[in-house]
Design a protein around this ligand. Structure first.
Ligand SMILES: [Mn+2]
Length: 408
């Protein structure tokens, strides 16, 4: 038996964080679905499995639902088996599977609205759909009961949807599936969906293939469909991860604590030019930039990000302290003034001259030899304490002061 196992397409996902590019991301998912169906046809699989969450929710537009069925109709030689998941459950208001055109789907499209099974080649696909968003029941349990009524010697592939019941990694009401559910219920293979990264368990008899199109920046192991071959009853399934994603999601940052950070990003964005149309990018701005640099970044970066399929600019900067604010702070605290001065001096930068200041005067700056004398004998490994280290410490202290400044 040969299968192409997919899950978690989340068609119609809103992607609100990407503004007017959200539609580009939704379109990409339909294109990937078409690629996956083409792969299924080329590989001559016995069934194309969708193990839950084909749709984002039961409120997606009818036009999308019709587009999907129109696409399926172009692959009438590929048997398609659909399991309602927690995002698109088989019951409840607006259920896609009770709406047209899924109410009466094309002949080669099987929607498991109820628990049941379907003969496939020399075996069976057994399915237990989800009827609601949340449950503490293990949805694989029912598969064991269905399997018990089928011929002992036939290949049995289960299909359901939920979290893997791994200690500390799941919520109890998230349809928890036992990590050894396939062997426990006498299944040759258990095709599930729910989490968005590839995860195989139970001696490769249980697989969560992850979402075929990434939808997070920190996601690892998404963007695959699983080609599964089962030679016979009891044989170990042979699983191949087939990359099918159309878009790559990259997270980058500018850290204003590092003076060359924005140059490095500019360079990297240039190198990505050719892939920009197939890349979703997020740039996070961190640290306390000087006003002029900050403004310069905003004149350049948003336009540059427009080249990408979709982009997100996340500004986590703290505006830096003005000189007046800094004077005010250091005059109130001579110790703070001294620390800033010492850090500045140790980083090789110019220090404030005591005579130029009002209020309590500064002592002379700490020199490297003073510093060495002070920390001698302390259990400190100072091999990394170079000028750059003190420069960063100085910048971090200013940043902290800016973050905690009193509101004007
Ligand atoms: Mn799910």
């Amino acid at each position: 038996m040969r299968l192409l196992h997919t899950a978690d397409w989340q068609l119609g996902a809103r992607f609100r964080q990407f503004g007017d590019r959200a539609d580009r991301l939704r379109q990409a998912r339909l294109q990937t679905l078409e690629r996956a169906l083409t792969l299924a046809r080329d590989e001559r699989v016995d069934a194309f499995l969708i193990a839950g969450d084909l749709f984002e929710d039961n409120y997606v537009q009818d036009s999308l639902v019709f587009d999907v069925v129109r696409l399926f109709k172009r692959f009438s030689d590929v048997p398609i088996h659909i399991l309602p998941g927690n995002h698109d459950p088989s019951a409840g208001p607006g259920s896609i599977w009770l709406r047209n055109p899924f109410r009466e789907p094309p002949d080669h499209v099987k929607v498991f609205r109820e628990p049941g099974y379907e003969p496939v080649n020399d075996g069976f696909v057994l399915a237990n759909p989800l009827t609601k968003k949340a449950s503490v029941q293990d949805p694989s349990y029912q598969l064991g009961q269905i399997a018990a009524d089928l011929p002992k010697e036939s290949i049995k592939v289960g299909m359901t949807h939920g979290a893997l019941a791994i200690e500390g990694k799941h919520q109890p009401h998230d349809h928890p599936i036992a990590p050894n559910a396939a062997t426990q219920h006498g299944l040759d293979y258990l095709a599930i969906g729910h989490w968005h990264s590839w995860l195989a368990l139970d001696d490769n008899r249980l697989l969560m293939p992850g979402t075929p199109e990434p939808d997070q920046f920190d996601q690892t192991a998404s963007g695959y469909a699983a080609l599964v071959e089962i030679a016979g009853r009891g044989e170990k399934p042979e699983i191949t991860a087939k990359p099918i994603a159309g878009l790559k999601w990259l997270a980058r940052k500018i850290d204003f604590l590092e003076s060359s950070s924005h140059h490095a990003l500019a360079e990297e964005l240039k190198e990505l030019t050719e892939q920009a149309d197939s890349t979703v990018i997020r740039v996070v701005l961190n640290g306390t930039p000087e006003r002029a640099l900050y403004d310069a970044i905003y004149r350049w970066l948003p336009t540059r990000l427009d080249w990408f399929a979709a982009a997100q600019l996340v500004d986590k900067t703290d505006p830096s302290l003005s000189q007046a604010e800094l004077n005010e702070l250091t005059q109130r605290s001579p110790i703070l003034a001294q620390v800033l001065n010492d850090l500045q001096s140790l980083s090789g930068g110019p220090t404030e001259q005591a005579e130029n200041r009002e209020g309590p005067g500064l002592e002379e700056s700490l020199s490297m030899s003073d510093r060495n004398r002070l920390i001698k004998g302390l259990p400190i490994d100072d091999s990394d304490f170079d000028e750059a280290f003190y420069k960063a410490a100085h910048a971090m202290l200013l940043q902290e002061l800016a973050r905690h400044r009193e509101p004007a």
